[in-house]
Design a protein. Structure first.
Ligand code: GLV
Length: 320
């Protein structure tokens, strides 16, 4: 019987089928430590990793029986994918169930920042009684009739595009690979260069993966290219943005605001961000809903079952 090691003990509802077919091991507590997995891995055919669990060369080398690494996330920068593929392993991720919730959060962060929802909520609570709002001050920004620029037109970018159009925005995008004309027409999005996007967009959304090429994609120079009225939304990965440069730009009015679900230094937004009213932040909650969490586990289980039984597609990661 195939043996599957899961580094976390959560969302078991999603693993029912996998448990019925293979011998599955979970930690007794919430997660295994790296050292525990290092000890256990030689006996396992599959490793189901969480997105913050490092799957290193060392771990891959210890997994002498290992055939599949099934990650719980669409992102996979926690895995040394180049090495895993070189060793002949299959790496799989969960793009399907993360698409809608992440696109929804991107829209939520954009609307919240533009309409100052959290800022007013905070002020109302601090006041402790009715807050008198000046009709001519602290105004928000309308999104309808404005242009959203999407950097990274993969599944999440496309899902956000549809939502933005439903809200009355027009969409331009930049991507490593331009979409076909047919796809562009169906989506209603126009391809532009990276520089054109920064200059033309009223709102810029990052929906690209974390790679060597996207590290600090948005730094001081790029922020300066954006409109002073622009809002930056990041639901992708924190390292895409030079956060020190962003704090400075938000403080100095180089751009108008930002909605951020991810931060350059993991769980810790720079203290400068915490002091600003023109930024809305959430702690990496793109897929933090009951249904998404379970559907992601089901997608991991489908990847494992599909790999061994060949009865359904496996979401394979084809390159680092
Ligand atoms: C979440 O951030 C994911 O990569 O799925």
């Amino acid at each position: 019987m195939k043996k599957v090691l899961v580094t976390y003990n959560m969302f078991r509802e999603g693993f029912v089928e996998m448990e019925s077919k293979y011998k599955v091991t979970y930690p007794e507590k919430k997660s295994f430590t790296y050292e525990e997995v290092l000890d256990l891995i030689p006996a396992y055919d599959v490793l189901c990793s969480m997105f913050n669990f490092p799957v290193t060369k060392e771990l891959i080398d210890r997994g002498t029986k290992l055939q599949l690494i099934a990650n719980y996330a669409v992102g996979y920068e926690n895995i040394d994918v180049a090495y895993a593929l070189e060793k002949g392993l299959t790496v799989a991720n969960t793009p399907g169930p993360v698409t809608a919730p992440t696109a929804n959060l991107a829209l939520a962060l954009l609307l919240d920042t533009a309409r100052r929802v959290t800022e007013y909520d905070r002020k109302l609570r601090m006041k402790g009684q009715g807050l008198k709002v000046s009709l001519s001050e602290n105004l928000g920004v309308a999104v309808e009739g404005r242009t959203l620029g999407i950097i990274g037109m993969g599944r999440i970018g496309k899902a956000f595009c549809k939502r933005a159009i439903a809200c009355g925005m027009s969409v331009i995008y930049h991507n490593r690979r331009r979409l076909s004309l047919d796809e562009e027409t169906k989506l209603g999005a126009a391809y532009v260069s990276f520089e054109e996007l920064l200059e033309q967009a009223d709102f810029v959304s990052l929906n690209a993966p974390s790679t060597k090429e996207t590290y600090h994609l948005i730094g001081e120079g790029e922020l300066k290219r954006m409109k002073p009225s622009a809002i930056l939304v990041n639901t992708a990965r924190g390292v895409l943005v030079d956060e020190h440069a962003l704090v400075k730009a938000l403080k100095e009015g180089v751009i108008w605001g930002a909605g951020l679900d991810v931060f350059e230094f993991g769980d810790h937004p720079l203290p400068g961000l915490l002091e600003l009213d023109n930024v809305v932040m959430t702690p990496h909650i793109g897929t933090q809903t009951v249904t998404s969490r379970i559907e992601m586990a089901k997608a991991v289980s489908d990847n494992v079952v599909g790999f061994f039984e060949g009865d359904r597609p496996v979401a394979r990661v084809l390159h680092p």
